[in-house]
Write a protein that binds this ligand. Structure first.
Ligand code: DX5
Ligand code: ZN
Length: 230
């Protein structure tokens, strides 16, 4: 499925850095997003936190809705919320191109996947560091993307959990070439190559992009390191 903005075809297996809005300047979101878009980004990772599934609150529907007309980036929305079924509709309507939900809050993942598909956008599934790959295995063939959390969700700037590499390798074996494997948390110059070698093709980076003095330079360096590791 192609993004609404037409910029990112998920079925194409290329290395992509996905800058995370969580580390942008919340007083100047549109400018920060515009900068990385001008610098060649294709995808923006949007971390939605409800203060319930995770111990932090970030932003919600109105922020995404206001950013949408300012950008052609593929909006990769990561729902760290307790009730994805209830809120998928509003987040799709706000302009998300992909909604990723957590298996930990989805006793019936197929119902959520079908609902998100009915909204005519892409669907991803994700799992926390403490959740085994086997938890998502029954649903994997029905999604466009699997997101492996390489930190406990809730905050940017945490250290990469090394055991995530084994999980990436394990999940990679479950995926078709048209499905993406994304990794989120602690991706920087020192960890990006190992994540790619373990099978990740889509690399979320918050602090390592927006947290840097020159976010575009930092993003391009990560992209080059990732491509060299493939
Ligand atoms: C963490 C979020 C991440 C976060 C990553 O809960 O899901 O997307 O922005 O931040 P860094 O790249 O700083 O670890
Ligand atoms: Zn995220």
């Amino acid at each position: 499925m192609t993004s609404r903005s037409g910029e990112w075809d998920l079925s194409e297996s290329r290395i992509r850095i996905a800058p995370s809005l969580l580390s942008a300047d919340f007083g100047r979101l549109a400018e920060d997003v515009g900068r990385i878009e001008a610098g060649g980004a294709e995808v923006l990772h949007l971390d939605v936190m409800d203060g319930h599934f995770v111990p932090n609150i970030s932003f919600g529907v109105p922020v995404i809705e206001k950013l949408r007309p300012t950008s052609k980036l593929f909006f990769d929305t990561h729902l760290m919320i307790t009730d994805p079924l209830k809120y998928a509709g509003p987040f799709a309507k706000a302009g998300s191109d992909l909604l990723t939900f957590h298996i930990e809050v989805a006793p019936e993942p197929m119902a959520i996947i079908e609902h998100i598909r009915s909204l005519d956008i892409n669907v991803g599934i994700t799992l926390n560091p403490g959740t085994p790959a086997s938890a998502i295995a029954p649903a994997v063939e029905a999604v466009d993307l699997v997101l492996v959390m390489s930190v406990w969700p809730g905050f940017g700037g945490q250290a990469f959990i090394a055991s995530s590499l084994d999980k990436l390798r394990e999940i990679r074996t479950l995926l078709r070439p048209d499905q993406r494997l994304e990794v989120d948390g602690g991706i920087d110059r020192t960890t990006v190559a190992a994540a790619v070698r373990a099978g990740a093709d889509t690399l979320v980076a918050g602090s390592a992009v927006f947290g840097q003095p020159d976010p575009i330079k930092a993003m391009i360096e990560l992209q080059e390191l990732a491509e060299a590791a493939r």
